[in-house]
Design a protein around this ligand. Structure first.
Ligand code: PRX
Length: 655
């Protein structure tokens, strides 16, 4: 983050008390009520969570042990217990909420569907039976590569119903990324669609899936294809089957498989500081509990709410707050397939108006993009149904926060800025909207039962106000990741290595202000946050060097008003550097190349060619220097240790 930005955040001292109208009806309506909850958690950490698990989950077999830490950092929550996540989301709603709308779906072209809990239950059961007919069974990995349509949720819930482990791959990832994830997980079944609609175009999911399978995914036996666009796709005989055919003969009941609490519910691949994404493995009981209690505490979910989380199911937010949390709470939720700017940047607000959304949750990057459209567009819509707003994925700049508060929330709605990660499964640091005053840009305070702290290099808690350090979690929590699929050692090293196995290292730096409020400052590793999406610099570098003309590449983030961070690549070519450091044809070829290797979100925004990278005499690339140059800031670092100081002019684009 640039110094200017840090300064402006340090000066931020506006506070917004919970609006009395909101607090009056909130589940946790006062600071005192919240303190009572937090104190209970502090007094008996595992007992607190056990009590919630007994109350909020429906068990087939009750658990005896709340937390087993005997093999830390492999933690086991709610041992001996058995349950089924899909049962907890669907079956238990049927008695009271069978006719209630579970999903309101709208496509980009305006097509809508309403699905009740009873219908969703039937859809899930039929599809679960279809999965079994295709050979899927408990413990098998099933990859889901779908557009943002209700069937994506049906597919996830159906896997949960039979104890198969799903791994959703975001539809914006390329065939190569899909292939790597299928192979790492050893998946036997792929669920996809003929395509999806986004930005007025068809996203060619089936074509990408075919390419991935052609390039070698030996473990995949069957592919189920949902017909969404009805444009022509290839269907391979003996391997591919249409969704409608797969469910045609299936019963609308399916006995859930009662799995152990720790049974993996899903894998979700996310970027780390190496070139290889890691398969974050989540549990069944602990994960679902995290999703449920945060729906209650942070989103204050109630029976009459219409909840809309705009995240795609390809990300953790779309798991916890689309596919599982809202359903487990019996809520009505909106799912929208298309882009926020089709037909114009009023689409989200029109959806909020038309479906009477009460709780709206999105990413700062979307808020910033829609803010650019001005105040007049949202002013055209009736947003009076909204009562709570949320953000996630990256720090929100106070200016965007204030716009959200003023123009969308009409100064009535609290804003919950929720800090969490793929690894944490559910919100960790976030305001409880009826009880905690908010400050623009701060995710405020840790939730009850979440032992977050900011520590120094030695692991000592930093108590001084506004001094940055490592964000850590000092006690295990139920919805935490359990391991990295196929690489437990990497799990131990990455998350528990730094402080001798004692604390979970989030990978973010943070500071606390005089009121103890947390302010997230950014990543401490080589992970970029582009429009709220995590990307490893090494992943982009590996993609670039795989191009025949590239000898070396170094990728850094540079601050970007809209995306938070933009991708800046320094490239050394095999052979001559282009004259004047410019080759527009090659630049667009390399951008396209990276899109094919990873996905369009990983396309470098800038590519600069140099004869060499700035290395110390021991051969280490000076990344900090590259970040300074990318940000267009003046170089203040000592560059005398550089092997070739003259390279600086090229890197700065001055030669
Ligand atoms: O750097 C933090 C940032 O996003 C990272 C986690 O990314 P991912 O696993 O993709 O999950 C995103 C959705 C939960 C974190 O390490 N981040 C997430 N939420 C916030 C945030 N940074 C600041 N404020 C937030 N509210």
């Amino acid at each position: 983050m640039s110094n200017d930005k840090i300064d402006s955040i340090l000066q931020e001292n506006r506070q917004f008390a919970p609006p009395p109208d909101f607090a009056r009806h909130a589940r946790i309506p006062t600071a005192q009520a919240l303190s009572a909850l937090s104190e209970r958690a502090a007094a008996d950490h595992s007992g607190f969570w056990a009590e919630l698990a007994r109350r909020e989950l429906t068990w087939h077999t009750p658990f005896q042990t709340a937390l087993d830490s005997s093999e830390a950092p492999s933690f086991r929550w709610f041992k001996e217990g058995r349950l089924n996540v899909s049962y907890n989301c669907l079956d238990r709603q049927l008695a009271q909420h069978g006719d209630k709308t579970a999903i309101v779906f709208e496509g980009e072209k305006g097509d809508t569907r309403r699905i009740s809990y009873a219908e969703l239950h039937q859809d899930v059961c039929r599809f679960a039976n279809a999965l079994k007919a295709q050979g899927a069974k408990q413990g098998d990995r099933v990859v889901i590569y779908m557009p943002m349509i209700p069937e994506a949720v049906v597919a996830m819930q159906a896997c949960a119903r039979i104890g198969a482990i799903h791994s959703v791959v975001f539809g914006g990832f390329s065939a190569e990324s899909l292939k790597d994830r299928i192979n790492d997980a050893g998946a036997t079944l792929l669920i996809t669609a003929d395509g999806g609609h986004r930005g007025g175009k068809i996203v060619e999911l089936k074509a990408a899936a075919d390419k991935a399978l052609d390039h070698g995914c030996p473990s995949i036996k069957n592919v189920i294809v949902f017909k969404r666009t009805a444009h022509a796709v290839n269907m391979k005989a003996g391997r591919d089957i249409w969704w409608s055919d797969a469910i045609a003969q299936q019963a609308a009941q399916c006995e859930p498989v009662w799995v152990e609490s720790e049974h993996p519910l899903f894998l979700l691949y996310t970027s780390g500081s190496t070139g290889k994404p890691k398969g974050i493995q989540h549990s069944s009981a602990g994960y679902l509990l995290g999703a449920i209690v945060t729906m209650q505490w942070v989103f204050d979910i109630g029976d009459d709410d219409v909840f809309w989380c705009t995240a795609d199911v390809g990300w953790i937010t779309g798991h916890s707050y689309v596919a599982y949390g809202p359903l487990a709470c019996g809520a009505t939720m909106v799912i929208y397939e298309g882009a926020p700017t089709v037909p114009d940047s009023g689409r989200f607000w029109k959806l909020c108006q038309d479906h009477k959304v009460t709780i709206f949750y999105t990413a700062p990057t979307a808020i910033r993009a829609l803010m650019k459209g001005g105040d007049d567009i949202p002013a055209k819509y009736d947003l009076s149904s909204l009562r709570l707003l949320g953000t996630v994925g990256e720090p929100i700049n106070p200016e965007a926060w204030m716009w959200y508060h003023r123009v969308i929330g009409r100064e009535r709605c609290p804003i919950v800025d929720t800090w969490w990660q793929t690894e944490t499964g559910a919100h960790m640091i976030a305001p409880i909207p009826g009880a905690v005053p908010t400050k623009p840009g701060s995710c405020t305070l840790p939730l009850p039962g979440i032992a977050a702290d900011v520590v120094d290099e030695q692991g000592k808690s930093i108590t001084a106000a506004d001094k940055g350090g490592y964000l850590v979690i000092k006690q295990p929590w139920p919805s935490m990741l359990r391991t990295i699929w196929g690489d437990h050692e990497r799990y131990v090293q990455t998350y528990w290595g730094k402080f001798g196995g004692k604390y979970y290292l989030a990978g973010d730096s943070a500071r606390r202000d005089k009121d103890g409020y947390f302010w997230i400052m950014g990543r401490i590793d080589d992970v970029l946050n582009v429009s709220g999406h995590r990307l490893g610099t090494m992943e982009v570098e590996s993609a670039l060097v795989a191009h025949p003309r590239v000898a070396e590449a170094a990728v850094v983030g540079r601050p970007d008003e809209l995306k938070g961070e933009a991708i800046f690549a320094y490239v050394v070519l095999r052979g001559e550097r282009p004259a004047g450091g410019v080759d527009t044809a090659l630049t667009s070829e390399l951008r396209q190349w990276v899109a094919e290797q990873i996905g369009p979100i990983a396309k470098p925004d800038d590519i600069r060619y140099a004869d060499n990278l700035p290395k110390t005499r021991s051969g280490k690339i000076m990344r900090r220097l590259l970040r300074t140059i990318a940000a267009g800031e003046e170089i203040t670092q000592d560059t005398s240790t550089l092997e070739n100081e003259a390279i600086l002019l090229q890197l700065q684009g001055k030669q």
